[in-house]
Write a protein that binds this ligand. Structure first.
Ligand code: F6P
Length: 375
């Protein structure tokens, strides 16, 4: 009997998703005689039973394309906006799974997808995930696909911003995605020769950043490039967050926990404009004209790099092999040169942040980059 496999992509898109869809389906069809059905727009397509037949023709020519032929969404099966209400649609997911007589469901996604997949595993479905995101913050995998492409895009942007910063003798602040992790800002900041790199894992003091820039001015360098991760925060903001999290963890009352969560969310929402405030503050403190560039969704668009095409294909073909062995309830992780199944219980709900002693952090400091905590 041919195995019947469902495939979906979920969460923010990233380059390499089509390479992964192609990899798992081609390997499954050609090496293991599997049959595939794609679900559109993440878990919403599974709830609504909207499908795309993954024929060889549908896969032709997609390897080099960004985005995802399946479409994606950030919908969660257990909390899905339906009309004006948010409903638990897990039963509908389970029904669609059985209606298609699926032997397994492949969910290609980031941290949120791993959590949703674990919930479905706990409902008795055979689930296998692949780790993608430009943030590179999925636990238990060396790397995620999408990251390498974004690293190249941000590096090229920093290269371009250098010439205008030099001509105008300005500070250019570049805001980089990454959610609560600093991998993208740190990697691209090093590759692009940034003078200051601010990441969430290392809370900064704006005075330290200003001092580093003034020191450059004294050395005759009349411009500075400051790369800031969207999740970076000052030492004061980090202390406020730590207090809110501690208050949330301490209380046993449901209502107080909820209130603390709301306060935390409000804090994070208010933090969205922090790079604009930082840019103004640096202008005040250094007397240098300052400008902000927010790279935004440019970082997720366009063709995947060669590295991401290879990584996505490696993980996806490894996935097909694991499906054929009926190894379920796992994420296919990149480990060294190969792939490795890791239990979803070990992945879901965990984030891979930049360790403070990571060699990228050390290298940045060695080449004189200010990380905002010390000169
Ligand atoms: O997870 C990828 C990511 O691009 C993050 O870096 C960013 O915080 C987020 O998605 C943006 O999400 P959206 O595309 O939903 O605005």
């Amino acid at each position: 009997m041919k195995k019947q496999i469902g495939v979906l992509t979920s969460g923010g898109d990233c380059p390499g998703l089509n390479a992964a869809i192609r990899g798992v389906v081609r390997a499954g069809q050609e090496s293991f005689r599997m049959h595939f059905v794609g679900f559109r727009d993440g878990f919403r397509g599974l709830v609504q039973d909207r499908t795309l037949e993954l024929t060889p023709l549908a896969l032709s020519g997609i390897l080099a394309h960004g985005g995802t032929i399946l479409g994606t969404s950030r919908d969660k099966p257990h909390k899905m906006p339906i009309g004006s209400k948010v409903r638990d649609m897990t039963d509908a997911v389970v029904e669609t799974y059985h209606r298609h007589h699926l032997d397994a469901l492949v969910c290609i996604g980031g941290g949120g997808t791993q959590k949703n997949a674990l919930r479905l595993k706990n409902e008795g479905l055979n689930v296998v995930t692949l780790p993608k995101t430009i943030d590179n913050d999925v636990a238990m995998t060396d790397v995620t696909f999408g990251f390498d492409t974004a690293l190249n895009i941000v590096t090229e942007a920093i290269d371009r911003l250098h010439s205008t910063a030099i001509s105008h003798h300005r500070i250019i602040v570049v805001e980089v995605m990454g959610h609560r992790a600093g991998w993208l800002a740190l990697g691209a900041g090093i590759a692009g020769g940034a003078d200051v790199i601010l990441i969430p894992e290392i809370p900064y003091a704006v005075e330290v950043v200003a001092k580093a820039i003034r020191r450059r001015t004294r050395a005759g360098k009349t411009f500075s490039i400051v790369v800031v991760a969207e999740g970076a925060m000052s030492q004061t903001e980090a202390a406020t967050i730590a207090d809110l999290v501690a208050a949330k963890d301490k209380t046993r009352r449901k209502s107080e926990k909820k209130a603390a969560s709301v306060e935390l969310d409000q804090f994070h929402q208010a933090h969205v404009n922090h790079t604009m405030e930082l840019t103004h503050r640096l202008e005040e403190l250094t007397g240098l004209e300052s400008r902000l560039t927010i790279l935004g969704h440019l970082q997720r668009g366009g063709a995947p790099s060669a590295g991401d095409r290879v990584l996505a294909t490696r993980l996806a073909t490894g996935c097909a092999g694991l499906l054929s062995q009926e190894t379920y309830g796992i994420m296919v992780a990149a480990r060294g040169e190969g792939v490795e199944p890791v239990s979803l219980d070990e992945v879901a709900g965990r984030k891979k942040l930049v360790p403070l002693d990571h060699h990228w952090v050390q290298s940045a400091r060695h080449v004189g980059v200010c990380l905002g905590d010390q000169l």
